[in-house]
Design a protein around this ligand. Sequence first.
Ligand SMILES: Nc1ncnc2c1ncn2[C@@H]1O[C@H](COP(=O)(O)OP(=O)(O)OP(=O)(O)O)[C@@H](O)[C@H]1O
Ligand SMILES: [Mg+2]
Length: 453
Amino acid sequence: MENTQLIQNAEILEKELSWVKLLINDCLTQHFKHDNIVPKSPIVAPDFGDISAPYAQFIQKHQLNTTERIILGMALMPHIKASDLDFLFHKNELTDRPFTQFGGIQGKNHAGFLPTIATVLYILCGEDIPKRIATLRYFQADQFLFREHILVLGDIPPNEPMTSSALQISEEYLNYFITGQPFNPRYSSSFPASLITTQLEWEELVLDPLTLDEVTSISDWLKHQDLIMEEWKLGRFLKRGFRALFYGPPGTGKTLTATLLGKINQLDVYRVDLSQIVSKYIGETEKNLARIFDMAEGRDWILFFDEADALFGERTANRSSNDRHANQEIAYLLQRIEDFPGLIILATNLKGNIDEAFSRRFQAMIKFNIPDAQQRLQLWQNSLTEQLPLAEDVNLTQLAQDYELAGGSIINVIRFVALQLARRTEQTHIYQQDILEGIRREIRKNGSMISQG
Ligand SMILES: Nc1ncnc2c1ncn2[C@@H]1O[C@H](COP(=O)(O)OP(=O)(O)OP(=O)(O)O)[C@@H](O)[C@H]1O
Ligand SMILES: [Mg+2]
């Protein structure tokens, strides 16, 4: 967002929060005044017309009603204008404790008041019980703000009322409302997924016709899913989402294809390394996975689960509590995969031991093969750029015919020859010998990898 737009957006936020503050003040005045209050003109929500600032746009696009705007505004307040909530700390002189009606909790680092459902209910409805009960429905999981994971409710200790749950705004929406920038979370132990991108284009993908056709059908689904599910009303029969399994030897383009599917459909692709998850974060896994799925749902991401073999094969017999944990996590993951409304791609090198129950969950099982000689030639030609000076003796057709290498290996060989060339002081060409040496190394590496596994 440009600077002027940033300022305009900040002004919009300020207006919105000032309006919420007026409502809070009004509620407090009524609370502390015991004599009859002269009815005042109602406090109306600001009208943002067709202002293009992200926050104003968001409110219009989703047609948030006044109650939703107040809930959202209250959740934003601690982040943007925390001191406006300070009066809610007011102590009840009778009990020498904060007023129960005001709800709210105290943060660990944050010095200010953190609003809970109770706070919002009091501001919206005071002590009016029927109104309070009616308003409670706004906090249910199927309501817009929660369904879209814009807000989440904080945990509450057992046996405490649900209204003591703190209103939290998700990191990505907070970021979006403030900066207008889509939020791209970074890989961390609590968010074990990363955005994958490629500079390659769809046209550079070299696949056999059958694989390409199957992959293209995924892209077609992304393009036409709304037509199929909504307009043709097939959503009543078909499960939402699309689950595909990519299987085949290393370096055959599984990751690249997933990335390109995102690129041509303008969707972000997030890669989750399952081997990391299932072993490393035992215990925390469900929570972390839930975060990834929640974000992905709200933002139309493609989820790419790499090294998915961890999911297949026999569930380990419950030998230790760790096994039990891992099994539970796998069960949770399978459930979320099945319920996910968008595109999920799982990739693996093996296919042998995927049981039938599992295969039924996929709309596509796509095999990635080692390229044939003609495809290998294309891969060599595509990746040896014009900037790389090839000596006359280089015979790519011969290399493509003689060596059964996957695209990933060809790239490794090219990296090797490019480095050789860069290190030379005099010669300015790549020779057939260089490439052959690169291929030898690649084969040695893969050979030793195979014997290890
Ligand atoms: N079919 C292909 N078409 C074009 N380039 C390819 C193809 N396969 C591999 N490559 C090249 O090799 C690189 C590595 O391939 P990629 O990571 O997609 O393989 P993979 O099948 O995911 O391997 P792994 O099973 O080891 O994860 C790609 O970024 C691309 O440069
Ligand atoms: Mg891969």
